[in-house]
Structures are given as structure tokens and as C-alpha cells.
Ligand binder design. Structure first.
Ligand SMILES: [Zn+2]
Length: 212
């Protein structure tokens, strides 16, 4: 299985007809936040593959599209925020947003609030473990876990509750954005137990041999 994951930045060659040639063999597209609806709609239209995304801390619920339309949702795409979905045999879950750094910020949560969001998914995840032998395959988030690919400043600190989620539910992958990469030495892949944590900024192709 081949997955195209996107986050945080509109990449010129992806937002062009070239995306069709480069990523025609992709099976699934995942958006890890801070991506405008027009970009997601463009990619889903050209690739014509399922696209699931979560919002980032810079995403506003209503956005003006290039043609002037107001959109409340990226058409043809599935918002997976605080949700669990089955795509074929794959089990996906999503948790958008970043750590709260402004009292009124949209898609911002304290670690306690994020833990409550995770708790609301837990029954589905436990059910999956009983039914399918695993809670979930891929978790898409905007923020990284605490201490993994995160930043020292308040706005870029990761969620501690994600570290617990990884220990409890053991997804095969956690894909996130939010941490922009400025140096080629920045770490973008970390293994934590059974989970491979990947920073996908601004895009990343994941080839998963033996995907369910
Ligand atoms: Zn962000």
C-alpha cells in the first residue's frame, strides 16, 4: 500500500497537474492539518483516491476558496477529527489541533482536553482490538507527541496524551505535522514500541508492505 501524507504547506508541484504523474499509484491520501480546503479538494479531484484529514491550529472552519465560494468542508474529503473510520481493511483514527497557546484559539487543546478527546474514541478502539485484533492502524494528528519531533516553545510542544495513546493502543503509524523542518538533520522518524512516528511536513510517501 502506498500512502501520500500532507501537512502544513501547499507544495507547488502537488498543487499542479504533475501530482497525477507523480502520485498516480497512491492508494490513500492523508492530511495532517494546516492545509487549505482548496488544496485538499485539488488533490482528491486529481488523484481520485480516498482522502482523510484532520484540522491544524491554523485552520478556520469556514474558508474562502479561490473561486470566491465559502466552504465549511473540503468537498470529497473526510474530516477525521476525533473519529475512527474503516477504509477497506485499514483502521484509521484522527485527532486534530495543537496544544493550547491562546485562550481563544480554534483547534487548540490543553493536554487534559486532548486526553478527554482520546477517551471519547477509546470504546471504538477497544472494540476494534476485540473484533480485529488491533485497535487501529494509522493515527493522523496535527501535533506530535510530547518530546518527539516537538518544539521547545509553547505553541509547538507535543501532547503527552498522545504518548499514552501510543502505549495503550499501539497504532502501526502516527503521522503528524505542525513541526516545520528547517534543517536536514531534524529528526522526522521515531520508533516508539510498535508505533512508527513520522513527521510528514510538508509531504511524505509511506510504502507499507503487508498492510492489512
Ligand atoms: Zn500547526
Amino acid at each position: 500500500m502506498k500512502i501520500l501524507a500532507l501537512s502544513d504547506e501547499v507544495v507547488d508541484f502537488i498543487y499542479s497537474a504533475q501530482v497525477k504523474d507523480r502520485f498516480d499509484d497512491v492508494d490513500l491520501v492523508l492530511g495532517c492539518g494546516d492545509l487549505p480546503y482548496y488544496y485538499l479538494e485539488f488533490v482528491v479531484t486529481l488523484l481520485n483516491k480516498p482522502l482523510y484529514f484532520v484540522p491544524g491550529n491554523h485552520d478556520t472552519p469556514s474558508q474562502t476558496l479561490p473561486d470566491g465560494r465559502m466552504a465549511k468542508q473540503a468537498e470529497g474529503c473526510v474530516n477525521l477529527d476525533r473519529a475512527v473510520a474503516r477504509e477497506g481493511r485499514l483502521i484509521l483514527a484522527g485527532l486534530g489541533g495543537s496544544i493550547r497557546y491562546r485562550p481563544d484559539g480554534a483547534h487548540q487543546y490543553t493536554d487534559g482536553e486532548m486526553a478527554a478527546r482520546i477517551a471519547s474514541l477509546a470504546p471504538r478502539l477497544w472494540y476494534n482490538r476485540l473484533r480485529y485484533g488491533r485497535a487501529l492502524d494509522i493515527l493522523i494528528t496535527h501535533s506530535p507527541p510530547l518530546g518527539i519531533h516537538d518544539g521547545a516553545d509553547v505553541a509547538h510542544r507535543g501532547f503527552k496524551s498522545f504518548n499514552s495513546l501510543i502505549r495503550n493502543f499501539k497504532p502501526r503509524y502516527l503521522l503528524h505535522g505542525h513541526s516545520h523542518i528547517y534543517r536536514h538533520t531534524d529528526v522526522t522518524r521515531t520508533q516508539m514500541g510498535a508505533t512508527e512516528i513520522l513527521n510528514v511536513y510538508p509531504y511524505r510517501v509511506i510504502e507499507w508492505e503487508g498492510a492489512p
